[in-house]
Ligand binder design. Sequence first.
Ligand code: UDP
Length: 423
Amino acid sequence: MFSTKKGQIALISVHGDPAVKIGKEEAGGQNVYVRQVGEALAKQGWQVDMFTRRAEPTQEAIVEHSPGCRTIRLTAGPQKFVGRNKLFDYLPEFVEAFLSFQQQEGIVYPLVHTNYWLSSWVGMELRKRQPIKQIHTYHSLGAVKYQASTTVPLIASTRLSIEKTCLETVDCVVATSPQERDHMRSLVSTKGNIDIIPCGTDIRRFGAVDRQTARQQLGISPETKVVLYVGRFDPRKGIETLVRAVNYPEVRQHSDFKLMIAGGSRPGQSDGDERERIEGIVNELKLGDRTEFVGRLDHTQLPTYYAAADVCVVPSHYEPFGLVAIEAMASGTPVVASDVGGLQFTVVPEETGLLAPAQDEAAFAAAIGRILADPTWRDQLSKASRQRVEARFSWDGVASQLSELYLSHLSQLHNEFFSASVS
Ligand code: UDP
């Protein structure tokens, strides 16, 4: 019944649709992770179905991405955007829709890899109904997130308890950095299996454009000092810290500096509010003529922006991994990041960039200023950044590690099934 060879597997990402455009409200690293992991696993011989919730009636139910890799949108709750804190009630419907899909297709996925706590609940429900293995990636831990925020949503206690049950009972939790594993152990539970497998990036795409070409394409002169932010508009991303930092003399002394802020927002949504707030700070500090809001960029455009920048800043209050840092590094751009979470793993201070305490605008200003002031050192950081990503963070490498993990759990499932059927 169960094959120990590469076969059909399900990646479940209830709220992070792997087929949508990235960079807008609630579409970020998780969507990229699921999509890239899915495609890389398919290249390695797995049949990958990625399950998500349909959030618009016009969305296709099935999207084929590449041979062996597709997104399947299940109907669970209203076919409109619903924030992740309001999705929990629709999960039983998601489980039923998943089971119906299996029935229609005549398959049972022997292994599900769930993403984010909402999907972990779906996976744990499926495990009650059928003999499967569950691997889980948190992407964000409630226990860490709520520590760093002043307001806690109503769903918080449910989330914390599900995250604990998940760590203690699923077959394996994948931490994307040693820092995330430490948080799980100190804040969630000392029980349960954890493996560390990092996130990855497309090292062919990021790094394909050289700096000179990139600047020509974007109309930026070789002398301009470019400071870049890429990501969602969310207060937790710390864009305010960056904007305030570039107003310090260490950065402002460069008469020709430019702050580029990439990322989409929707008026009337929470990311639209954050964008307005950030624009307000830019205007208050009279940085309007130095700042460009370039909007949402896709992964065909982003390599040019990373390559054109002198430094990429990731000022998040907390970041479990932080894909933007490794995308910039793969593009040969040094990173100044908050000294938190996965950024402590990806950025090596003084070697590939610098770390500064989260929300400390003076420390960010000093770090950005040091890199802008020394182009020779900046180029050394650039080379080391690229090398670090090539060695540790390619999607193909990440998929190989996940593949091994899946195979070992499938072999256990096979043995369990075999011993149950002979006893
Ligand atoms: N991103 C994008 N276009 C944008 C802004 C962001 O494609 O305009 C992508 C970015 O390249 C990265 C992801 O969104 O792959 C953000 O992931 P990260 O882990 O840095 O942050 P998260 O959004 O998960 O908090």
